[in-house]
Design a binder for this molecule. Structure first.
Ligand code: HEM
Length: 324
């Protein structure tokens, strides 16, 4: 990531005027946030001429945990809806009434989805596959751009679709995600967490013989009435279901089929960009910083995108190239 995206302003050399330096820093941050990402991240400028390679976007652990999470979520929805409506379609089994079957599946899938959502999926998705989920200046820039384009104040960034498929070979990570994707990652975790806690809160109220772990996880029952816990649980279940519906809608749009495919087979045809490309001497300004043209994403920045020839097609796995 280019330095400018960090959004840091210059602090006064003598450090005497703290307030105005803070103000300057604030202004600088605002200017960076409002600037176009192509001006501050030269990897975006490299897209036009970047070579394409097959890169593993989702490792096997990531894919398996994502689809297990999805199956668990649909099981939760189904059994939850059955318990709520009293309609136990396909859940009636022998002497066991539908309620007990639905309740058993609901509780155990709930426990499993918490383990997947908080431990297994983030481990593979974020740590192993480097889909960073913390807020970066680039996300703010892109959010401004998308919001303004949405209300017709500017045109959609032509390179944005490609930026989400751009892999930084030096840092070994993906340079951009849709801001709503990161938001989805966090809200799903937060909502599944609260759903589990309100669920255990209700269970603690209902259980005739409680155990220590149900008492601990059901601590909310000490604060809220059963009805309130149920209302929160239901409301969040609806909100989460709608969020997942949108998630699926965007995943199956034809323009995202390559990414959807990568959630099944792992690989995507990525643009290879570089954050640690050596700056040719003539592109350095006198103070050693990048030349204005490079910072503008102008012709100089475009030239920086050289790299291996497009004919040099091999594949990259986990940041390492392997001949195909
Ligand atoms: C048929 C259902 C689903 C499909 C087709 C689907 C598809 C996808 C795809 C293609 C990605 C990767 C996006 C990328 O590489 O940029 C993804 C990521 C993700 N999925 Fe799903 N998904 C489904 C169900 C679910 C469910 C039920 C949940 C959670 C309860 C979920 C949670 C997530 C999360 C947290 C991410 C990471 C954030 C993101 O990239 O959006 N998905 N999904």
């Amino acid at each position: 990531m280019s330095e400018a995206t960090d959004g840091g302003g210059e602090s006064p050399a003598d450090g005497s005027d703290g307030a105005s330096s803070l103000l300057d820093r604030g202004r600088q941050l605002w200017r960076t946030a409002r600037s176009d990402i192509i001006e501050t991240d030269d990897r975006v400028a490299q897209l036009e001429t970047a070579e394409r390679q097959s890169v593993e976007r989702h490792s096997i652990g990531n894919r398996l945990s994502h689809w297990i999470q999805a199956i668990l979520f649909f099981l939760l929805l189904w059994t939850g809806l059955a318990i709520w409506t009293g309609n136990y379609f396909l859940l009636e089994s022998g002497i066991w009434g539908g309620y007990y079957v639905a309740f058993g599946i609901h509780m155990w899938t709930g426990i499993l989805i918490v383990a997947i959502t908080f431990v297994v999926f983030p481990y593979y998705y974020v740590l192993v596959d480097k889909h960073h989920q913390l807020l970066e200046m680039a996300d703010i820039q892109v959010s401004f751009d998308i919001a303004e384009a949405f209300v017709g104040l500017k045109k959609y960034m032509p390179y944005y679709h490609d930026a989400r498929r751009a892999y930084d070979e030096d840092e070994g990570d993906w340079i951009a995600h849709h801001p709503m994707q990161k938001t989805f990652f966090w809200w799903i975790a937060i909502f599944i967490g609260i759903l589990a806690l309100t669920g255990f809160g209700m269970y603690r109220e209902m259980a005739t013989e409680s155990t220590w772990w149900i008492d601990a996880l059901g601590f909310m029952s000490g604060w809220l009435a059963l009805e309130t816990l149920k209302q929160i649980h239901l409301l969040l279940a609806f909100i989460t279901a709608v969020m997942v519906m949108f998630h699926i809608y965007f995943a199956v749009l034809p323009s995202n089929w390559d990414v959807l495919r990568s959630m099944v087979f792992g690989d995507v045809n990525a643009y290879i960009v570089h954050s640690e490309r050596e700056e040719p001497a003539d592109e350095q300004s006198s103070d050693g910083g990048p030349s204005p043209a490079a910072a503008d994403g102008g012709p100089t920045a475009e030239r920086k995108a050289g790299g291996a020839s497009p004919g040099d097609r091999d594949s990259v796995r986990g940041g390492e190239r392997t001949d195909e």
